[in-house]
Structures are given as C-alpha cells and as structure tokens.
Design a protein around this ligand. Structure first.
Ligand SMILES: C[S@@+](CC[C@H](N)C(=O)[O-])C[C@H]1O[C@@H](n2cnc3c(N)ncnc32)[C@H](O)[C@@H]1O
Length: 219
C-alpha cells in the first residue's frame, strides 16, 4: 500500500462518511441487524456505534487495516466482541455455510473488484433466515446522470482507491442469488447526484428454483 492509500485516502474517506447524516442512515440500515454479524468492508469501524442491542458479535472483514488507533478506540466502546479479519471478500471466506444471521455492507460494494464473487460468498455464509443489509451508492436512474457517472468513473476509480460510481447495486445483489425485500433509493443530502445516488435496503437469499436455475457461481 502506498502513502496515499494507507494514510491520505482513509482520512478523506472517514471525514466524508462520519457525519451525522451518514450516521442516521447507518442506523436505519443496521437497525435489524442481530446475532452473529459479518461486516464486509469494515473500514475504520464507523458502523459499530450504530448496531442495535440484538447484535451478539461483529466480524469485520477488510483487505486494509488503517487508522488503527481510532479503530481500536471504537471497538473498545461497544458492548459486543468485534473480531477483525484481513482479506478480500471475493475470496473464499473462512466461515462455514449458513453461519451468520446478518451480513452488512455500507459504502463498500462500490469498491470490491470482483463483486459477483464477493456477493456469492456473502450469500453462502448467510443463514437462510438471515438478511443482507446494505447502504451503498451507485448508478443513478436518470439517463444523463448515469452517462456522467460512466464518464467520471475511471477518475473516481483512481482517486478513491477502486470505488465505482456507476454500479447497479440492486441488479448486482439480485444477480448473485439474493431477493431484495426492501429498497429505498434517494440522493444523499448535500452530495452531487453522481456520487450520492443511494441504495438502502435489505435482501434475503433467493432459492435456486425461484431464480429459474442453479445458484449463481463466482466470477
Ligand atoms: C468507502 S470505504 C467504507 C468503509 C465502511 N464500510 C464505512 O461505511 O465507513 C470502502 C471499504 O471497502 C473496503 N474494500 C475494498 N475492497 C474490498 C474487498 N475486496 N473486500 C472487502 N472490503 C473491501 C475498503 O478497504 C474500505 O474499507
């Protein structure tokens, strides 16, 4: 990791994602989290304070460990144990099938390079009764904003360490074998549409018959 991705970008990311408005949406997304939670793209632990009492443990997965002092302080403040794992969500996750009650992802599906593989893994480790809770930014429904997103995506990808602004998050989730049960689409207050087109919702595993074929495979 270079100086930019290890020290500069994580600070920019934190200051952009830790405000009161973001916290409000994090809380709304995570209010149904319970039991054993796998958080994909744990980052600097900004979600920890937003989990409800029904959470028994959080396992945070991220390929990067940054701003360690802040992360440790956040972990020390929550009443449940937090286990951190360094790794890529698109690789086989070190957990058995149907292990977690909740899989959570906030502002992360934009950045995972092999997103289909990662979502298929999330589905594998989620209990059939469990939920994938997500709060993501992605492709805008309007043609012109979407065109702008396509145009700026290569630059965003560069300056924001792999972030994509133009992914159809709902299609990506359903394409990996989930059925979305709740979805709210809106523009993040104070954020330009190209960056702030939000997908907030919940999904459950779809059974293969409902999908009309076998479960999706990794890419
Ligand atoms: C914009 S940050 C969001 C961090 C955190 N989820 C939050 O809401 O504050 C995106 C996170 O995704 C992580 N990430 C990128 N690629 C990943 C991958 N392949 N698997 C898991 N996490 C990944 C990054 O390291 C980073 O921490």
């Amino acid at each position: 990791m270079g100086i930019y991705s290890q020290h500069i970008f994580p600070r920019l990311m934190e200051s952009g994602l830790k405000g009161a408005v973001h916290r409000r949406y994090r809380r709304r997304t995570l209010e149904r989290a319970n039991g054993e939670v796998l958080e994909i793209g744990f980052g600097t632990g900004l979600n920890l304070e937003c989990y409800p009492e029904s959470v028994r443990r959080v396992t945070g997965l991220d390929p990067a460990a940054v701003l360690e002092r802040r992360v440790r302080a956040r972990i020390a403040e929550v009443p449940f144990p937090v286990e951190r794992i360094t790794g890529d969500a698109a690789e086989r996750l070190p957990f058995p099938d149907e292990h977690f009650d909740t899989v959570a992802s906030t502002w992360t599906l934009c950045s995972i390079e092999r997103l289909r593989s990662a979502l298929v893994e999330m589905r594998r480790v989620l209990k059939p009764s469990g939920e994938l809770l997500f709060l993501e930014h992605g492709r805008n429904e309007g043609r012109w904003v979407a065109r702008l997103q396509d145009a700026v995506n290569p630059i965003q990808n560069r300056v924001a360490c792999g972030c994509n602004v133009n992914r159809r998050i709902d299609d990506e989730i359903e394409g990996a074998g989930f059925r979305i049960s709740e979805l709210d689409r809106f523009i993040m207050p104070g954020v330009p549409r190209a960056l702030g087109s939000v997908y907030l919702g919940a999904a459950r595993r779809a059974d293969s018959r409902a999908l009309g074929g076998p479960p999706p495979v990794r890419d």
